[in-house]
Design a binder for this molecule. Structure first.
Ligand code: CTP
Ligand code: MG
Length: 229
């Protein structure tokens, strides 16, 4: 199923504490964002990449696109203060019926998962990649436990998230009008009662967030490149 992808890449990477946008950190000599972009470069179903960036980093992004011969980035848009604003700015340029939103900081998504996701989005309106929660989750107030949440119903949600473009645009417009700030894209559909389904993903699809994630990322990369499971 053909689609376009909006990739928010305009964050500051504060939790990484690298003093720069974490997406420029290299894994085995190649910047994280290049791995993410390459997934979509290699997907024949991907009709174009809309990349949301910090304008101060525009020259560097353009250098990377040229240096790695990336062909599908059709638009660089200005990111916003929050991720939601960065995605919204990109969404204005989406024209295909199906649009994906995928974090620049998740370089390990696979084409098989993207394909399952786009098919589900066209059937149901919205679809997210998620994995069953492994830890026991407790609810607490001031570090006093209130309850243990039933784990069998909990999913840790990742990106990509895929949508029929008309539904996502209208969910974003309504969130914007009502000044609702969600923690992911699908939550904007949930609040207007649009259906979102889960596609079970893979624990390798980490979001590179803190320093220790770089060690995990190198290990996942090694596994992908050497075909081990
Ligand atoms: N992002 C964005 N615009 C923002 C904030 C985040 O485009 N205003 C992007 C990031 O570049 C990243 C993705 O959204 O690819 C997920 O965000 P996160 O992992 O939180 O990255 P950062 O915001 O950069 O990191 P931190 O929260 O630690 O500052
Ligand atoms: Mg952030």
């Amino acid at each position: 199923m053909f689609y376009e992808v909006v990739i928010p890449a305009a964050g500051q990477g504060k939790r990484m504490k690298a003093g720069k946008n974490k997406l420029f950190i290299e894994l085995s000599g190649i910047p994280i964002i290049v791995y993410t972009l390459r997934v979509f470069e290699e997907d024949p179903d991907c009709r174009g990449i809309i990349l949301s960036i910090n304008p101060a980093e525009k020259v560097y992004f353009n250098q990377l696109i040229a240096a790695y011969g990336l062909k599908k980035v059709k638009k660089l848009v200005m990111g916003g203060k929050e991720r939601q604003q960065s995605v919204y700015n990109g969404l204005h340029h989406a024209k295909e019926d199906i649009v994906l939103v995928h974090d620049g900081a998740r370089p390990f998504i696979t084409l098989g998962q993207i394909s399952e996701l786009t098919t589900a989005a066209s059937l149901h309106g919205g679809a997210v990649i998620a994995v069953p929660v492994k830890d026991t989750i407790k609810k607490a107030a001031n570090k006093k436990v209130l309850e243990t949440v039933e784990r069998s119903s909990l999913w840790a949600v990742q990106t990509p998230q895929a949508f029929r473009v008309s539904i996502l645009k209208s969910a974003y417009e309504q969130a914007e009008a009502e000044e609702f700030l969600g923690t992911d894209d699908a939550s904007l559909l949930e609040r207007i009662n649009e259906q979102v389904v889960i596609i079970e993903g893979n624990y390798d699809n980490i979001k590179i967030t803190t320093q220790e994630d770089l060690y995990f990322a190198e290990a996942i990369l090694h596994k992908q490149q050497h075909g081990k499971r």
